[in-house]
Design a protein around this ligand. Structure first.
Ligand code: G16
Length: 544
């Protein structure tokens, strides 16, 4: 079959954000837009002739169209073999698992994560390297640089391949192997957790759980693992049928967007355990009956209890958290006498630490938790970890969390998001903060005195690469913090994120509602940054 060389013109807006290139579907549907970016990826990778790539996505609208195009381009560019999930499906952690297990060169993952899906909603594409993790900045920068000068791409003029049956097919000189998207991942989970103990818990006739797949990718994974292998009743799963438009929902597992699950878990006679995952299966939210575990607390609790779970029985070597994530995990690391690393937002920053064996567990406030078992955050992994803990400790979610606070203190924590605000106002807000760096330290706001303010910068301890301007920190003398960042994953205007944290050691004062405990800091954030003025909003879109 003859490879076709197609002339194209570069687009100037293909700069990957926090996690790959995310745009509205109509943007991807522009002439050659997807092809330009795919060719830019392939052109940026050295020695790919004959290599094996993994390909799959979260099943959202445009997933299959993009998969067919990418297969034909991979064949035209000399890729030797592509492992593609059946029907083009692979959750993000499963893609990472498959890349690692089959020692693939890398993978292309199609997802806009938790962003809504459909003909006028979001689509995304990212490249993962051979360790199974998101490409580091030097790779994404090379891809972007290539996208600015690209003038042709290569594609094989072939019919679309059938992707619904497992097995091998030939596309030009390339082999396309359709794989079961769930099997390898399920096997990995079974190697990490005590499935027998969880099976006993789920089958004891008393324990009740709900898992909300939000009509996104984790439905089939939850069906296989929770229902088939662990014996959870079928009605433990909600919205388990993946849909191209995620049922019109916003599959972001937080208190606002997973409200159907939240209402069930906060009702009278609530189930014992509730969890949700996002569009591509890498995020998680953990709930107990009438109890919400913040992602920051979840990381700290998993770390403190890791040895109770088979996969981590020998202990953890270190923890990493993104800068805006609360410092709850730091306290656990200190008690365990292991290091805790603070990285910029973006799972890609954990890759080097995991590869170097410096950390075992990682987590982010943005509902991401994971470990060295793959190189992505992993929603169902976190759910299984919690179920394993509940099975072993024979306590409720709330009891485990409260005991944790008694031992380590409680880091009250909340994030306020202002979504889709005008970019100009958001940038002005950040500039206003930067302009105050020289004068903020020493200023007093009620009971709080500013100790420092800065732009977070990170030097990777392994490859020494430097990332600057990763969020504005305002630290107070009592250890409280306010952090301001503009999201790198949105596709409409700007999203301002305000992260608030206060530590409470006194066990008598640990039972407050988070928003109440943080009320003073919430006001101070507005006083210092002029949030209302610059965003034109008088309240956040999402509070987590
Ligand atoms: C991505 C990244 C995460 C990051 C999150 C939020 O998650 O992988 O590391 O914390 O975005 O980023 P931002 O605050 O820039 O919007 P996902 O689940 O969207 O791939």
């Amino acid at each position: 079959m003859q490879v076709t060389d197609i002339r194209t013109t570069a687009y100037k807006d293909q700069k990957p954000g926090t996690s790959g290139l995310r745009k509205k579907v109509p943007v991807f549907q522009q002439t050659h837009y997807l092809e330009n970016f795919v060719q830019s990826i392939l052109d940026s990778l050295p020695d790919i002739q004959g290599a094996t790539l993994v390909l799959g996505g979260d099943g959202r609208y445009y997933n299959l169209t993009a998969i067919q195009t990418i297969l034909k381009m991979a064949a035209a560019n000399g890729i030797g073999r592509v492992l593609v999930g059946r029907a083009g499906l692979l959750s993000t952690p499963a893609a990472s698992c498959v890349i690692r297990k089959y020692q693939a060169y890398g993978g292309i993952v199609l997802s806009a994560s938790h962003n809504p899906a459909g003909p006028t909603e979001d689509f995304g594409i990212k490249y993962n390297i051979g360790n199974g993790g998101p490409a580091p900045e030097k790779v994404t920068e090379a891809i972007y640089a290539r996208s600015l000068s690209i003038d042709h791409y290569r594609i094989l003029p072939a019919d679309d391949l059938p992707l619904d049956e497992l097995g091998k097919q030939q596309l030009g000189d390339m082999i396309v192997e359709v794989i079961d998207p769930v099997a390898d991942y399920a096997e990995l989970m079974e190697s990490l957790f005590d499935f027998e103990a969880i099976r006993t818990l789920l089958g004891n006739g008393q324990f009740r759980m709900r898992f909300d797949a939000m009509h996104a990718i984790t439905g089939p994974y939850a069906q296989e693992i929770l229902v088939k292998r662990l014996g959870a009743p079928a009605d433990s799963l909600m919205n388990a049928q993946p849909l191209e438009d995620f049922g019109g929902g916003h599959p972001d597992p937080n208190l606002t967007y997973a409200h159907e699950l939240v209402e069930i878990l906060f009702a009278q006679n609530a189930p014992d355990f509730g969890a949700a995952s996002d569009g591509d299966g890498d995020r998680n939210m953990i709930l107990g009956g009438n109890f919400f575990v913040t992602p920051s607390d979840s990381l700290a609790i998993l770390a403190a209890n890791a040895t109770q779970v088979p996969g981590y029985r020998n202990g953890i070597v270190g923890i990493a958290r993104s800068m805006p994530t609360s410092q709850a995990a730091d306290r656990v690391a200190e008690a365990l006498n292991i290091p805790c690393y603070e990285t910029p937002t973006g799972w890609k920053f954990f890759g080097n630490l995991l590869d170097a064996g410096k950390v075992t567990l990682c987590g982010e406030e943005s509902f991401g938790t994971g470990s060295d078992h793959v190189r992505e955050k992993d929603g169902l992994w976190a759910v299984l970890f919690w179920l394993n803990l509940l099975a072993v400790r024979k306590q409720s979610v709330a009891e485990i969390a409260r005991e944790h606070w008694q031992r380590f203190g409680r880091n009250y924590y909340s994030r306020h998001d202002y979504e889709g605000v005008p970019t100009e106002g958001a940038n002005k807000l950040i500039d206003t903060l930067r302009a105050q760096f020289a004068t903020l330290a020493g200023q007093t706001y009620g009971a709080y005195t500013v100790a420092f303010s800065d732009d977070f910068a990170y030097t990777d301890p392994i490859d020494h690469s430097v990332s600057t301007q990763q969020g504005i920190r305002i630290g107070f003398t009592d250890g409280s913090r306010i952090v301001f960042r503009l999201s790198g994953t949105g596709t409409e205007g700007a999203t301002l994120r305000v992260y608030l944290e206060r530590y409470e050691a006194d066990t008598a004062k640990q039972g407050l509602d988070g928003q109440v405990a943080l009320a003073d800091l919430i006001k101070i954030a507005d006083d210092i940054a002029g949030i209302r003025k610059h965003t034109g909003r008088n309240k956040p879109t999402v509070i987590t």
